[in-house]
Design a protein around this ligand. Structure first.
Ligand SMILES: C[S@@+](CC[C@H](N)C(=O)[O-])C[C@H]1O[C@@H](n2cnc3c(N)ncnc32)[C@H](O)[C@@H]1O
Length: 349
């Protein structure tokens, strides 16, 4: 039938643009259906396309989608006293058995009000699915019911390997005690979402080195120091005193656009509030000059043409690296802890 993506409310337009573009390049086509502020986008595809590569667009490659599911059906006017009576026959009609089932709601104001109902229904659904033998621990699929109103839902399916492993596509991170700013959660989420287990183990090791551009008061530096990575923190503003006592941070009050590292580092991270294309040009320079091996940075998006701006920034990065004869591994997401911005991982291949 199509695809269902969850996104940050207010970014449905960008998510729709991105889904449509991916479906077109994978040979599917289709049109996006969404409502501003709803926190989700549906891509309605012609029947044939559902079975083509278009349904193989992965959550990992999408920037504005927190989760990506295949839609199975829509239900409206569910009786409030017994919603499962409507949902179960739809689930039983599919030949599929399910590893798990999640009832969730979009990250909109209305969606958040439905969260307690989702929790209560989820417990009842699992009990009913067990009774009807619809669950199978070896199944590669997870069932999703997205409640869009108290009496309406979209029934969908996820490939467990190709979807976000968190309900709603939102990793719930606890603010770490001692971290100097809430921004710290952005870098923690970036490590979790943009890297896999193996990459985290290989690329975030003690005694590695990093530069943090726009570091004050030190939330991102704190994440590096927590992994025993020695960090040069660049910012005119003051750094958190306790963080400086770690002995792993060197604070320099210089312009992040002019600073050059005394020797190459493993990581560049950058959270400076600046025009996205200026940041992309700066990171491209760091990678092209081999001043760093890998980078994670934020692109603060303008209000208009945000999707186009991201494409332009990616072109700046790709062109700069191809001019040196190399290729670049680019991954990006609008993280749950991001606001009007996205977070990008870039490395030389
Ligand atoms: C969003 S804050 C960074 C927060 C930080 N990542 C944290 O986790 O605590 C942006 C910082 O960029 C710094 N900044 C902006 N332009 C800069 C520049 N040209 N050079 C160095 N720092 C800059 C600002 O002083 C500000 O402290």
């Amino acid at each position: 039938m199509g695809l269902l993506a969850y996104c940050r409310p207010g970014f449905e337009g960008e998510c729709a643009q991105e889904l449509t573009a991916h479906a077109a390049t994978t040979g599917g086509g289709g049109f996006a259906r969404t409502e501003r502020g709803s926190g989700f986008v549906e891509l309605v595809m012609p029947d044939a396309a559902t079975h083509s590569n278009a349904s193989e667009v992965s959550w990992r490659t999408l920037i504005f989608a927190r989760q990506l599911l295949q839609t199975l059906g829509r239900v409206e006017r569910m009786p409030r006293e017994d919603r499962l009576a409507t949902l179960l026959p739809i689930i039983e009609q599919t030949p599929q058995r399910w590893r798990d089932a999640w009832i969730e709601s979009p990250d909109s104001d209305e969606g958040r009000e439905l969260a307690p109902l989702c929790r209560a229904l989820n417990a009842a659904l699992i009990t009913a699915m067990k009774r009807k033998r619809l669950l199978d621990a070896d199944s590669p699929k997870r069932l999703h019911i997205c409640l869009t109103a108290p009496d309406a839902a979209i029934v969908a399916s996820a490939d467990i390997e190709e979807s976000a492993p968190w309900p709603g596509g939102i990793p719930r991170l606890k603010f770490p005690r001692g971290a100097p700013s809430r921004s710290t959660l952005k870098l923690e989420e970036a490590f979790l979402v943009l890297l896999d287990d193996d990459e985290r183990a290989r690329w975030l090791k003690p005694a590695m080195t990093a530069v943090d551009l726009g570091a004050a008061p030190g939330g991102w530096t704190w994440q590096l120091v927590r992994r025993s990575i020695r960090t040069i923190a660049i910012d005119n503003g003051p750094m958190d005193a306790a963080l400086m006592e770690s002995g792993l941070v060197e604070h320099r009050r210089v312009d992040g656009f002019r600073f050059q590292p005394p020797r190459a580092v493993d990581w560049l991270v950058c959270d400076m509030v600046e025009q996205p294309r200026r940041i992309a040009t700066l990171v491209a320079q760091w990678l092209a000059q081999r001043w760093c091996r890998r980078a994670i940075f934020n692109l603060k998006l303008p209000m208009k043409k945000r999707y186009d701006e991201v494409q332009l920034c990616f072109a700046i990065l790709r062109d700069a690296i191809s001019d040196t004869g190399g290729t670049i591994d680019l991954r990006a997401k609008q993280l749950y802890h991001d606001r009007e911005e996205i977070t990008v991982f870039a490395a030389l291949d």
